[in-house]
Structure formats: structure tokens, C-alpha cells
Design a protein. Structure first.
Length: 317
């Protein structure tokens, strides 16, 4: 019982320790001052949130179990920030140009919030178009390869040659083929998404137990029924795994693609701030990129849980 309570309280203790360090130790004179102690404000906010969740956990079993599971992990995350604060802000043990204080990094989210929001919307639109095109073509190609041996004979060599090449490696050719850099960016994102979804969809279909199709034949099912009611549903775990790989690949490609002539977006923001040597803004952009990628992956897994709820107990995920 005491151990469980400690697991739920350890994140609060970690925040209190970080606050004591930030308040009790002066920043190094070598580190440029931020207008406000933004990192301290961040600690206050998450400290209040952790305290609220702990109080709720006293009356809600599901919240208690979740906090018991995540408490040590959250405490570890705050501890890492505390160590970074000590190394970079308090004692400036690393070059201050490349390793700014956390106050300056978190201050970017306040001072550049309008520009960041504009970049999120721009990148979101580009990512949505490219991902939709790549996912649609990848799923269609994967189904064709999985169910048709003749198509697989001709398409597999193509996917094995083209697929492993990073989509960004095609940038010189793509920029010369498309009339605008935006179209080229869409193509590169679509290409990075197409390959993992194609491979995982076709692999999932080819690994479906033959007995499923034999039972469907016995019941008099047609070919389309076996495709859409047997093969594809049974292959969905692999399909969603392909979407996971495609999401991470699309974000990597997005950052690079937006550096080629795009006038807005997270990749453009990172490249612009790096050229200006404003590394606090660069780190803030990377944090924003990581948060957005994890949110999208969270949505993918939530959708997977709903779509595959009928397979719980049959597969491990």
C-alpha cells in the first residue's frame, strides 16, 4: 500500500525538487537571461496538474491505477529536465550558444505562439494531403500484391528497389519534375508513407491462415467476400503496424521536404531558426514536432483499439 502511494506521489516530489533547484540556485552569468522564468511557470503548472490527478486517484480506481503506472515515468521525465536545467542554466557546463536555458526554450512557446500555430496548420495540411495519397495508394497496392500472385511477381521487385530508398533522396529529381516545391513535398511524403503500408498490408494478407479462406469457400463465399470480409480484416494488425511506421516516416520526410522552398511549416521554422543560430527556437520546434507526432500515433493506436476490439484475446498487442 505504501509502495503504491509512493509511485503515485513520486512525480510530485520530482516537481518539488526541480522547483527548489530552480529557485535556490542562481543562473550562470554566462547564460543570457530570459524575460520571465518560463521553466518555473511550467513546473508550477504540471505540479498543480499532478496534484489534481493524485486527489482524483483517491476516489477513482481507474485514475489511481493509471497514475500508479505512469507516476515513476513522469517523475523520470521531470528529473531529466531538472538535470538539463542544472547543466545548461545553473552552471553553463555546455556552450551557451548551442545549449540555451530552459527558460528561453519554454519562452519560445509564449513569444512565438502565433507563428508556431501558423506552422502547425501549414504542416498539418501538407501532411494530411501527402499521407492520404500515400496511404490510399499503399493500401491498394498492398491488397493487390497480397491477393494476386501475378501482380506480386511484377510489383515486389519494384517495391524492394524503390521502397528502401529514403524519400528525401529523390528531392533533386522531384524538384525538377514538379512545377512547385509544395507539390514536390506532397510527393515525397506520399512516397515515404506508401512503402511501409504496402509492405505491411501485403505481408499481413499473405500470412492469413489458409484455413480461413477454406472455411469461406465451404460456406460458398465469393472472391470479393473473401477479400473484404476475410483477408483484409485478418490482416488489420499488420496494416496498423504499417500505419505506425508510415506516421514516423512521414514526419521525418515532412521536416526535410519543407526546407525546399516552402514558406511555412515546422520544417521551415526549424531551418529558418537554425540559419539564424537561435537554438532555443530550434529546440522548441523539435519539442513541438515530437509532441505532434506522439499525439497522432496516440490517435492511430486508439483507432486500432476500436477497430480491432473483436480480436482481443486472439492476438497480443
Amino acid at each position: 500500500m505504501i509502495l503504491k502511494q509512493l509511485k503515485k506521489l513520486v512525480n510530485i516530489f520530482s516537481v518539488l525538487l526541480a522547483i527548489l533547484v530552480d529557485v535556490g540556485i542562481e543562473d550562470s552569468v554566462e547564460q543570457p537571461k530570459a524575460p520571465e522564468p518560463y521553466f518555473l511557470y511550467f513546473l508550477y503548472i504540471i505540479g498543480v496538474l499532478f496534484a489534481v490527478f493524485y486527489l482524483v486517484s483517491l476516489f477513482h480506481k481507474k485514475t489511481s491505477k493509471k497514475l500508479e503506472e505512469l507516476g515513476p515515468l513522469l517523475a523520470g521525465g521531470v528529473l531529466i529536465l531538472n538535470i538539463i536545467n542544472i547543466v545548461c542554466s545553473k552552471y553553463a557546463l555546455l556552450p551557451v550558444l548551442f545549449f540555451p536555458s530552459l527558460d528561453r526554450v519554454f519562452g519560445v512557446f509564449v513569444n512565438d505562439r502565433e507563428l508556431m500555430l501558423e506552422c502547425i496548420l501549414s504542416s498539418g495540411k501538407l501532411l494530411l494531403i501527402g499521407f492520404s495519397v500515400g496511404a490510399s495508394l499503399g493500401f491498394f497496392t498492398g491488397v493487390l500484391i497480397g491477393f494476386n500472385k501475378k501482380i506480386a511477381y511484377w510489383m515486389n521487385p519494384f517495391t524492394k528497389i524503390i521502397g528502401p530508398i529514403p524519400a528525401t533522396s529523390w528531392s533533386p529529381l522531384v524538384l525538377s519534375l514538379f512545377s512547385t516545391s509544395y507539390q514536390a513535398a506532397v510527393f515525397m511524403i506520399a512516397l515515404s508513407v506508401w512503402f511501409p503500408i504496402t509492405v505491411m498490408t501485403s505481408s499481413g494478407i499473405q500470412n492469413v491462415a489458409q484455413t480461413y479462406f477454406e472455411v469461406a469457400d465451404t460456406l460458398g463465399s465469393g472472391k470479393l467476400y473473401k477479400v473484404f470480409k476475410v483477408g483484409i480484416p485478418a490482416a488489420l494488425p499488420s496494416v496498423f503496424l504499417g500505419f505506425f511506421y508510415a506516421t514516423t516516416a512521414s514526419f521525418v520526410t515532412l521536416v526535410t521536404a519543407e526546407m525546399f522552398g516552402c514558406k511555412s511549416g515546422i520544417g521551415w521554422y526549424l531551418n529558418w531558426q537554425k540559419s539564424m543560430m537561435l537554438y532555443a527556437n530550434v529546440y522548441a520546434g523539435l519539442i513541438l514536432l515530437a509532441v505532434l507526432c506522439n499525439l497522432i500515433l496516440k490517435l492511430v493506436f486508439k483507432f486500432r483499439d476500436k477497430a480491432l476490439s473483436w480480436q482481443k484475446g486472439v492476438i497480443k498487442w
